[in-house]
Design a protein around this ligand. Structure first.
Ligand SMILES: Cc1cc2nc3c(=O)[nH]c(=O)nc-3n(C[C@H](O)[C@H](O)[C@H](O)COP(=O)(O)O)c2cc1C
Length: 228
């Protein structure tokens, strides 16, 4: 059976991590249940010049090489710098056969399957994870579908990976991270290493996405591992 991963995108900086994560999960043949907050929509526009319609979502607005011309976007410029063309944006050459599907859920739709623990998944990633979303989650709030799905993953004792991006961190934010970790979440900050032969922004992005994949038990060759 195909694996199902929930991906929540919230309004922290680093939307490029989420776009790359979607692309990698897709190439790895994993079905992604995706929800995007309105702040994440703003950051996607600000950082990558990607316009995403949350009411009439088109997967092609995020997955490159899926029929939409994003050649003017900042994302495309970064990829060119890294020597990646949109035709071979699935640079990983996973050999899994069929790509995964993206199933979109509006962030205010609590009737979505991912709002319920009876809908089985193989885990959830919130990437990037804003301080606001993290604070809400550790206080058991369900103010939107991303937060609700996170509560579901914690209560069902399923894997929840949060990818915060903030610096410096206040004591309160550090406490939120500690509480998330104690509740069973993996706190995986968007803090790329520089020891794997970094040449481009893409290498830095792939470091973080590769570490997320490690925690989802997804084999990948996104980074050269230390000691190999
Ligand atoms: C361009 C931009 C960048 C932002 N970067 C961050 C960030 O790096 N970390 C963070 O915690 N919040 C950041 N924010 C603030 C969040 O978007 C804001 O707290 C929002 O309420 C989060 O809502 P959400 O968690 O529901 O997506 C940023 C906002 C904008 C517009």
């Amino acid at each position: 059976m195909k694996r199902k991963i929930v991906v929540g995108m919230t309004g922290a900086s680093g939307s490029i991590y989420a776009v790359r994560l979607l692309e990698v999960l897709n190439a790895a043949g994993i079905d992604v249940h995706l929800s995007i907050t309105s702040s994440a929509q703003l950051v996607l526009k600000q950082e990558l010049e990607l316009s995403v319609d949350l009411d009439d979502f088109q997967v092609s607005s995020l997955l490159l090489g899926d029929g939409v011309d994003t050649s003017d976007s900042k994302l495309s410029m970064m990829r060119q710098q890294a020597g990646i063309s949109s035709e071979d944006s699935n640079v990983l050459a996973f050999n899994v056969g069929e790509p995964g599907k993206v199933i979109y859920h509006h962030y205010e739709d609590y009737t979505s399957p991912i709002a319920s623990g009876s809908f089985l998944t193989d885990g959830m990633v919130i990437c990037p994870c804003s301080g606001g979303s993290l604070a809400a989650i550790v206080n058991t709030l369900s103010g939107n579908l991303v937060q609700r799905a996170a509560q579901v993953h914690l209560k069902e004792r399923r894997k929840l990976i949060v990818v915060p991006r903030e610096t410096p961190l206040s004591t309160l934010q550090l406490e939120c991270m500690k509480r998330a970790s104690e509740a069973g979440a993996v706190v995986l900050p968007a803090a790329p290493g520089f020891y794997h032969g970094v040449k481009t922004i893409q290498d830095l992005v792939d470091f973080v996405v590769g570490r997320i994949c490690d925690h989802l038990d997804i084999e990948h060759n996104l980074i050269r591992r230390w000691g190999t």
